[in-house]
Design a protein around this ligand. Structure first.
Ligand code: PMP
Length: 398
């Protein structure tokens, strides 16, 4: 029965990582994988997480099932983190959610949920978008179309073209937005642009679906949620997929939130029964550990203060690297204007070089990035910055 299956090519990012690991050049640099790294190249467990885990180990009394929605404490703490305390949708009792295995779990559950409400509904995603959006949403039955977002030639947002495409999108369609720290391009919407889009959603009737995988990595926990919160004030219904992988550093524990905003409390109760039924038919219920850690951090004042400080440290390191990168590329005499990198947010930017130049960097300098020239900024450090910039300058000259 399985004999006829053909092999698929390896995931490009995981394949890149495997080659990087076997490279013996001591100067090698990995800018492929999208995890935060500190100055020493490590992805540490946050202190607040360690402390919450220590407490859990002592206080946990059972390993019995937690149910398809996860714990109520996790859900309410995350709803407040995402929407902000006192958000009108919360006050109106119009929000329901489920703890999911990562942001990926949330995207998939929400896509299947949507497919129940409207089979084969169209979802508009940005061009470019995170590669995994396509299988996560498409395999659930949604039809995927794209709107222009980022112009590689000018390394800038194409807001006018985005609006031009979306102005024909109406009721029954969904539009996927990255809340902040756009993956892969790093170019975020301004507050004014979010206002325009929120008004379009309101008047045209499309349903916003916001993916928030990097809350706190751009400017601050609140500023990064500005657009999402504004959207949620402007429309009767909305979907949100949140991830705790990056901002809590809980990647492998798989923690996320699938949240739905409904037009009223009665619709919310009916919808939640469907959402939980989707979960039950997929993986029955989420893993507990990571969600329990997040709940403990968000509901304890001192743990929360420690976590926010650690999150700020990660954010400031990335933003510092962004400015450092622009300066060092200039100092190395790299051809081109790279100032756009400084104005972008989060883990990623497109360097803007072509695939041959990307290959040359890998072959001759042991510098690894995906063919699109997307770089994971946190892979840079004070110690490898000069080597990286010198190498880029040489490749651009050759
Ligand atoms: N959305 C985006 C845009 C992402 O970049 C990621 C992580 N790479 C996710 C969602 C989901 O991540 P996870 O499932 O690891 O929480």
């Amino acid at each position: 029965m399985f004999d006829h299956l053909t092999s698929l090519p390896a995931d490009p990012i995981l394949g890149l990582l495997a080659t990087y690991r076997t490279d013996e050049n001591p100067n090698k640099i990995d800018l492929g994988v999208g995890v935060y790294k500190d100055e020493a190249g490590h992805t540490p467990v946050l202190q607040a997480v360690k402390e919450a885990e220590t407490r859990l180990l002592q206080s946990e009394e059972t390993k019995s099932y937690i149910g398809p929605a996860g714990t109520p404490g996790f859900n309410s703490a995350m709803q407040e983190l995402v929407l902000g305390a006192g958000h009108p949708a919360l006050v109106g009792n119009r929000v329901r959610s489920a703890q999911t295995p990562g942001g990926c779990g949330a995207l998939r559950v929400l896509a299947e949920f949507t497919n129940r409400a409207k089979a084969g509904a169209t979802i508009w995603v940005s061009d470019p978008t995170w590669a995994n959006h396509v299988p996560l949403l498409g395999n659930a039955g949604l039809q995927i179309k794209s709107y222009p977002y980022y112009d590689r030639a000018t390394s800038s947002l194409q807001f006018d073209a985005m609006v031009e495409t979306l102005k024909n999108v109406g009721e029954g369609d969904l539009v996927l937005f990255h809340a902040c720290c756009h993956n892969p391009c790093g170019a975020d919407l301004s507050r004014e642009q979010w206002k325009v889009l929120a008004e379009m959603a309101q008047t045209q009737g499309f349903t916003p679906f916001v993916d928030m995988a990097y809350q706190g990595f751009g400017e601050s926990l609140d500023a990064d949620a500005y657009g999402l919160r504004l959207m949620a004030e402007s429309v009767p219904e909305m979907l949100v997929a949140a991830s705790c992988s990056k901002n809590f550093g809980l990647y492998r524990e798989r923690v996320g939130l699938a949240m739905v905003i409904y037009s009223d409390a009665a619709a919310a109760d009916r919808g939640q029964s469907q959402l939980l039924n989707v979960v039950r038919g997929n993986y029955s219920m989420p893993p507990n550990h990571g969600g329990a850690v997040v709940e403990s951090i968000l509901t304890d004042a001192s743990l929360r203060a420690n976590w926010e400080a650690e999150l700020a440290e990660m954010r400031e390191r990335i933003n510092g690297l962004r400015s450092g990168l622009v300066e060092s590329l200039q100092a190395a005499g790299a051809a081109g204007d790279f100032r756009f990198i400084q104005n972008q947010k989060g883990m990623f930017s497109f360097l803007g070089i072509n695939p041959e130049q990307v290959q040359k960097l890998q072959r001759d300098y042991s510098i690894y990035m995906v063919d699109s020239s997307r770089i994971s900024i946190a892979g840079l450090s004070q110690s490898n910055m000069a080597y990286f910039c010198q190498s880029v300058a040489e490749v651009l000259e050759s």
